[in-house]
Write a protein that binds this ligand. Structure first.
Ligand SMILES: *[C@@H]1O[C@H](CO)[C@@H](O)[C@H](O)[C@H]1NC(C)=O
Ligand SMILES: *[C@@H]1O[C@H](CO)[C@@H](O)[C@H](O)[C@H]1NC(C)=O
Length: 406
């Protein structure tokens, strides 16, 4: 009997080891690998939760489970879930996280806020008057994990709002709402908090740094400042949760990461060297691309390579994985047939690189002051009930399949 039990355990163990989530992940040269050592290519979608209400979008139309099932049906393996630092500021400084009921009322007004809250609860009956925003993030992360999809957290904004412009006060360290110390606290808090989400594998420290229109009290907009602010914060986040991959995003709306790949002088003799960090195997670069009017794929390829994808090349000084965490286009016309979309569809599998498309949302609770905002770039329709365009989704499926083939 004893022998049989041991035998059974020995046989059962390997199958346990290859079960989801096979975390934590590591960066090994230009590859991201799961805990079994297998390459893992991020293939996923952005699910915004960083706008005014600071709750993952779409829940007034569908249940979390049904939205996650849609993502799953495409065979995507990760969701880039965005959050705002303001949510953490409320938790730390303003008496705790607010209930979703209050969050909707605050952002949408008493009448509409209550109406939307009631719709959210109707679709998601486990929520109620005591549910907080972070508990909705818990539920989203849990359902993603249940359906075998990884979570990548992204700090999208400081103040909860639509992102991004050069005058939204969230552009750069010291901008109106971009309080550097609160940002550092917020990303550490979420990294630590996320330990209770088994599906969480990575965190993006900050979405789309950009030059503020008015410099005001912000620090000088350059790579030296980036280096002085971002890398110590990466170290703090690594201490807060050593399992997570840490995604570093670059200048000019995260379109530039060139000098990080090449190890060039960032100013004042500062140079990024992967070997300087004892969590080298946790660092990943992320880039965004919105060259939607491109007419030449070769030009796009050269630009993307020089702006950071060269980190994945054999000759890179800092050889690192690069993930294209944002690109996207209108889902309502034939944009999926045009140069921009077809070029990215070709390049990502060619470079064996990961990506998350912008955006899942068919609509937003509120965007830039408009409630129930229609998102024509959304993969889903306004009611989050079906894909916006069967043709565009079929094209995307082709890209998913090619990327998963590795
Ligand atoms: C990861 O993928 C690359 C490129 O296909 C391959 O050379 C490498 O051997 C793979 N690594 C593993 C552990 O499979
Ligand atoms: C990395 O270095 C820091 C000190 O800077 C230390 O606290 C930490 O334990 C080190 N981690 C590892 C994995 O060696």
């Amino acid at each position: 009997m004893q022998l049989l039990t041991s035998l059974f355990c020995a046989l059962a163990l390997p199958s346990l080891l290859v079960a989801f989530p096979n975390a934590p992940f590591v960066a090994n040269k230009q590859w991201i690998q799961d805990s079994t050592g297998a390459n893992f290519t991020y293939v996923g979608v952005n699910w915004p939760g960083a706008a005014d209400v600071m709750i993952p979008e779409g829940l007034q139309y569908q249940s979390i489970a049904s939205i996650v099932s849609k993502i799953k049906s495409l065979r995507m393996n990760v969701v880039r879930l965005t959050f705002a630092i303001e949510m953490v500021d409320d938790i730390k400084d303003n008496g705790g996280d607010v209930t979703i009921q209050k969050a909707f009322t605050k952002a949408l007004g008493a009448t509409n806020g209550e109406k939307v809250y009631q719709q959210v609860v109707k679709n998601n009956p486990s929520f109620g008057p005591t549910t907080t925003r972070l508990q909705v993030f818990d539920a989203v992360a849990a359902e993603l994990g249940k359906q075998g999809i990884y979570v990548h957290l992204d700090n999208h904004m400081s103040k909860g709002a639509w992102c991004c412009s050069t005058n939204d006060g969230n552009t750069w360290f010291g901008d109106t709402y971009f309080h550097t110390e609160k940002w550092k606290r917020g990303v550490q808090y979420m990294a630590e908090y996320g330990k209770k989400w088994p599906a969480l594998v990575s965190i993006g420290l900050r979405n789309e740094f950009r030059k503020p229109d008015q410099t005001g009290s912000s620090l000088a907009y350059n790579w030296a400042t980036w280096y002085d602010q971002v890398m110590p914060t990466a170290t703090l986040v690594n201490k807060a949760n050593p399992s997570l991959l840490i995604f570093l995003s670059g200048l000019d709306f995260d379109t530039k990461m060139g000098p990080i790949a090449t190890g060039d002088d960032l100013g004042s003799g500062k140079k990024f060297r992967l070997a300087d960090y004892n969590y080298t195997n946790k660092l990943v670069l992320e880039l965004h691309n919105y060259q939607n009017s491109a007419t030449n794929c070769g030009d796009m390829e050269g630009g993307l390579w020089n702006n950071g994808f060269r980190a994945t090349g054999d000759k890179a000084v800092n050889k690192m994985p690069v993930v294209l965490t944002e690109f996207g286009f209108s889902q309502s016309g034939d944009d999926y047939t045009k140069t921009y979309a077809t070029c990215i569809k070709k390049l990502m599998p060619q470079w064996k690189t990961g990506w998350t498309v912008w955006v899942l949302s068919g609509s937003y609770y509120i965007r830039s002051g408009t409630q129930d905002y229609e998102e024509s770039w959304g993969l889903l329709n306004h009611q989050w009930s079906d894909w916006r365009s069967a043709n565009a989704i079929n094209a995307l499926k082709g890209m998913i399949d090619a990327s998963l083939k590795g």
